[in-house]
Write a protein that binds this ligand. Structure first.
Ligand SMILES: Nc1ncnc2c1ncn2[C@@H]1O[C@H](COP(=O)(O)OP(=O)(O)OP(=O)(O)O)[C@@H](O)[C@H]1O
Length: 710
């Protein structure tokens, strides 16, 4: 073939500077693009063979070799795919591919920053010019009588094409690396990039350093395989030693047998696993395989809790595995990773347009060949199809969890504390997921048992609420029966509007604990009176319970120190007297602790060991917690939750204070009682703590002196 010179059909004088600059951020994708082209060419060749249009040679093994050469500063991609004829090189490379690249750049060059294109698909062959000053193609088509072609282009708009010297069908792309990109002549850099993008490509990929002496290994002759490149056969004779036998005679004993071994070139190991686990049927995969895949892909040596194998063919194709990772401590930040693939080609991590946000906390792989990847991220966001994918994944996760709840409750409970942050976050972020999951949310109670919301409601309903519920149900059935009896059933349904007060009355209160140590006094009181509370101590819980309250109008959550339920108090015989007592005590305590806004209540608590406790109004505490979370509270007292000091009128100390209001040390006692109640609710400030310790010492000293006087 005569050497032909031609012009690339492009508008811009030189698009390569644009390619280089524009793509700078993830330059390494050229490796993925060139390997993908090689894979496509191999797939085409196999297909042509399958339909009888081409014949694969005996023992054909599809593969792509990647050769790095740091001396020559080249990087080569060699495939044994279909190859190209001269006409095809002109048509596919100089015309089509180039116009594709030009169009691509025209479209996206101004949007590069804010509107990144997913995975930069569509740039193809010309991405090689991001790192190379010159690119050569050496190719031989599978077609009968095809001549080898050599094509080269130095990054200007001109190219040269002539007869090449390739002997076998397939294509070699040679990149003459530019001075700024010599890192791609480094074996380790290329290996790292191949592992990132090509770890699951459907064709085996082998990386070799050109010119380096091959590594060798010695194996037993019996393990030799047909493909092994033998360097030498090694025979080692058996070894004997002279030893004395039982009879005291000397004899030759064999100490190591004769060996036949071979020195071979180290067997190449493919960088790609061509059959990744997600491509298999879930029924064919073992637990060990799932765990091994997880370790290998995420380099996380903590075993995952469980996983979901996604496998869908219709209405779109999607396969993948999502793992629920184990969180070590409640303080571990949860950081997941979802790797997105398109036909086993890695696209990117954590693409929030496709994967529901809360699932990013999981770890996993998703392969969706139908994803429109050559569009911008913002377009993906508004794409109905992408939305469907996201919904499907979300539904699958909810189904799996619901299934586990129903059929494997024991494990579900075991994993609950690990998985609940994901689930609760999901409920907050995704309305549908929340609807699907609400019945399967567990609440661990103070005895370590796991309850559903309905269990919590049932156990916390007061007798009045139970009676009211029963009455309402009976009324409903009666009305239904009546309606059925009326021939035309036309009677209009009368809906009774409930007043706010009625609604409030109907609400079942579920108490919760956020800190088992700090709130232990309250927990003990609850336990003694046979009352229950659930533990909700994760950061996600405050917004989560607000969501549950919104969704279930008849439920309200109160922290265990929010209020005193009637169950903890004696049936009051003389509330008037208690009110009077509270009034006097309030005056006394306000003066003693120098806080004229302090609210003091007197109650007859059943638990006579408790002298005083603090209650914090739920609303003001939630507000204050929220302020703290957003770092807005500062030292401002305005956001401190409203505290009430509840004194147990039945406790002898409280009774003493009440009946000795004018005693000499009464302020000291009041302050101490107040601080002790505070201490069982929250840590004291450093100043408060210092005062408390000093005062405790004073009281002890006074007590000691008194005993001495007696
Ligand atoms: N290694 C190869 N073997 C055979 N043909 C090839 C090879 N590399 C490229 N081609 C041909 O050149 C064409 C253009 O390649 P290019 O990578 O620019 O775009 P593409 O692969 O068609 O699409 P994409 O934009 O998704 O990469 C290919 O469609 C193919 O016909």
């Amino acid at each position: 073939m005569e050497t032909k010179r031609g012009n690339l059909s492009i508008n811009s004088d030189n698009i390569f500077p644009i390619i280089k600059k524009w793509m700078y951020s993830d330059q390494d994708i050229f490796i993925r693009e060139l390997i993908s082209n090689g894979c496509d060419a191999i797939t085409k060749r196999k297909k042509l063979d399958a339909v009888g249009e081409a014949k694969l040679p005996e023992g054909y093994k599809p593969k792509i070799d990647v050769l790095v050469n740091d001396k020559e500063k080249t990087l080569k991609f060699i495939d044994n795919g279909v190859g190209m004829t001269a006409e095809e090189v002109v048509k596919d490379i100089t015309d089509i591919a180039f116009s594709g690249a030009t169009e691509f750049l025209e479209k996206y060059k101004d949007k590069a920053d804010q509107d990144q294109i997913i995975g930069h698909f569509g740039l193809g062959f010309y991405s090689a010019f991001m790192v190379a000053d010159q690119v050569d193609i050496d190719t031989l088509s599978f077609q009968d009588g095809a001549e080898p072609v050599h094509w080269e282009c130095d990054g200007s708009t001109e190219y040269a094409m002539g007869t090449g010297d390739r002997k076998e069908v397939g294509t070699t792309i040679t990149l003459h690396l530019n001075e700024d990109c010599l890192e791609y002549a480094n074996e380790y850099k290329v290996r790292e990039t191949l592992e990132k993008y090509c770890a699951f490509m459907p064709v085996e990929i082998f990386l070799t350093k050109e010119g380096a002496a091959p590594e060798t290994e010695i194996i037993p002759e019996s393990d030799l395989k047909e493909d092994d490149k033998v360097i030498e056969h090694i025979h080692t004779d058996a070894k004997y030693e002279e030893k004395e036998n039982d009879k005291g005679e000397k004899e030759q004993v064999e100490v190591s047998p004769a060996r036949d071994e071979v020195k071979i070139e180290k067997r190449p190991v493919s960088i790609s696993d061509i059959h990744p686990l997600w491509t298999k049927q879930p029924s064919e995969c073992t637990d060990e395989e799932y765990k091994e895949f997880y370790r290998h892909v995420f380099l996380d040596y903590k075993e995952p809790l469980f996983w979901i194998h996604l496998n869908m063919d219709y209405p779109f194709r999607l396969k993948g595995i999502l793992y629920f990772p184990r969180i070590n401590t409640e303080y571990d930040s949860i950081e997941g990773k979802i790797k997105l693939y398109n036909n086993q080609v890695f696209i990117a991590d954590n693409i929030k347009e496709v994967i529901p946000e809360y699932l990013m906390l999981l770890k996993g792989v998703i392969d969706c060949p139908d994803l429109p990847l050559n569009v911008s991220r913002s377009a993906l966001q508004n794409d109905g199809f992408v939305q469907k994918i996201s919904n499907y994944i979300s539904k699958k996760v909810a189904d799996k969890l619901a299934g586990m709840f129903k059929t494997d409750r024991e494990n579900y409970e075991k994993y609950w504390n690990d998985i609940s942050p994901f689930i609760k976050f999901g409920c907050l972020k995704d309305e549908k997921f929340s609807d699907r999951m609400m019945d399967y949310i567990l609440y661990e109670n103070i005895d370590g048992k796991f309850l559903t919301l309905q269990d919590c409601i049932d156990e916390n309903m007061t007798e009045e609420q139970k009676a009211a519920k029963k009455a309402e149900e009976e009324k409903k059935t009666e009305e239904k029966d009546k309606k059925e009896d009326t021939a035309d059933g036309s009677e209009e349904e009368k809906k009774e509007e409930k007043s706010e007060e009625e609604k409030e009355k109907e609400k079942v209160t579920i108490f919760y604990v956020t800190d088992q140590i700090q709130q232990s006094q309250y927990i003990n009181m609850f336990k003694t009176q046979g009352k229950d509370a659930v533990i909700l101590k994760h950061n996600i819980d405050p917004p989560f319970i607000s969501r549950v309250e919104q969704k279930n109008e008849n439920v309200r959550f109160r922290r265990i120190d929010a209020d005193l339920t009637e169950d903890l108090k004696e049936k009051q015989d003389d509330s008037k007297a208690l009110e009077e007592e509270a009034k006097d005590l309030q005056e006394l305590f306000r003066k003693a602790v120098s806080n004229d806004k302090l609210t003091v209540k007197a109650e007859n608590l059943k638990d006579t060991s408790v002298a005083a406790i603090i209650t914090l109004s739920e609303e003001s505490r939630r507000m204050s917690d929220m302020m703290k979370m957003y770092g807005m509270s500062g030292n401002d007292d305005m956001f401190k939750p409203e505290a009430t000091l509840v004194l147990n009128a039945k406790h002898p100390l409280v009774a003493y204070i009440y009946s000795h209001k004018d005693a000499e040390n009464i302020n000291l006692y009041c302050e101490q009682v107040y601080d002790l109640a505070m201490l069982s609710n929250q840590p004291l400030s450093p100043e408060e703590m210092t005062k408390f310790v000093q005062r405790s010492n004073d009281i002890l000293l006074k007590n000691a002196q008194n005993s001495e006087e007696k």
